[in-house]
Design a protein around this ligand. Structure first.
Ligand code: XMP
Length: 180
């Protein structure tokens, strides 16, 4: 595995994002909604950098992947969603890849009648988008490689890495098996 974004770069990127968000919302109360599970570390770091009144909530988006890097069908679970009607919502996800997850989540959230919804992602994988929706805020653009760490997983592992690493081959897989 190779380090793509170091712990220090992440810290600086998150602080930069928080400053942008603070400047845009002018102290208006916000609901920061983390997408489980990949955004949990990003969520906890970002909210501690924001200087405005906020609530934290969670929403789950899962696409069964199993021991592969190719996502399956997407399921959204709103059971943990707090009251967002009339509130400004900032949806937070780990990575924007094809954009399908973000587009689906935004469609879903509108039904709960928030005052506004914007989105922020830590990573934006370039050249993969299949939807028109783009995140309002992003930390880093990355090439089309599979990444793990800082909340991102492969087969539910590596979320605890403090940096973002490029995963060159599935662990335990034959040496010539490189994830999509
Ligand atoms: P889409 O394609 O819907 O994908 O924008 C977003 C979701 O796909 C997962 N994903 C990744 N997870 N390393 C990961 O650990 C990656 O390189 C990667 N690319 C996509 C992730 O769950 C994200 O929310």
């Amino acid at each position: 595995m190779h380090t793509l974004i170091s712990e220090r770069q992440i810290r600086e990127g998150v602080a930069r994002l928080a400053a942008e968000i603070d400047a845009d919302y002018h102290g208006r109360p916000l609901t920061v909604l983390g997408v489980l599970t990949g955004s949990i570390i990003f969520l906890s770091d970002l909210v501690r950098c924001l200087n405005q009144p906020l609530r934290v909530g969670l929403i789950q988006a899962s696409s069964y992947r199993g021991p592969t890097t190719t996502p399956g069908e997407l399921t959204i679970n709103t059971a943990l969603l707090p009251q967002v009607a009339g509130r400004d919502v900032l949806l937070l996800d780990d990575i924007y890849d094809t954009g399908q997850t973000l587009a689906r989540l935004l469609r879903e959230l509108v039904q709960f009648e928030p005052r506004s919804v914007r989105s922020a992602v830590l990573l934006w994988k370039e050249g993969r988008q299949t939807v028109d929706v783009v995140p309002d805020y992003h930390g880093f653009k990355i090439p089309n490689v599979f990444v793990v760490g800082y909340g991102l997983d492969f087969n539910d592992e590596f979320r605890n890495l403090r940096h973002i690493a490029r995963l060159d081959a599935a662990p335990g897989a034959p040496a010539n098996s490189v994830p999509e």
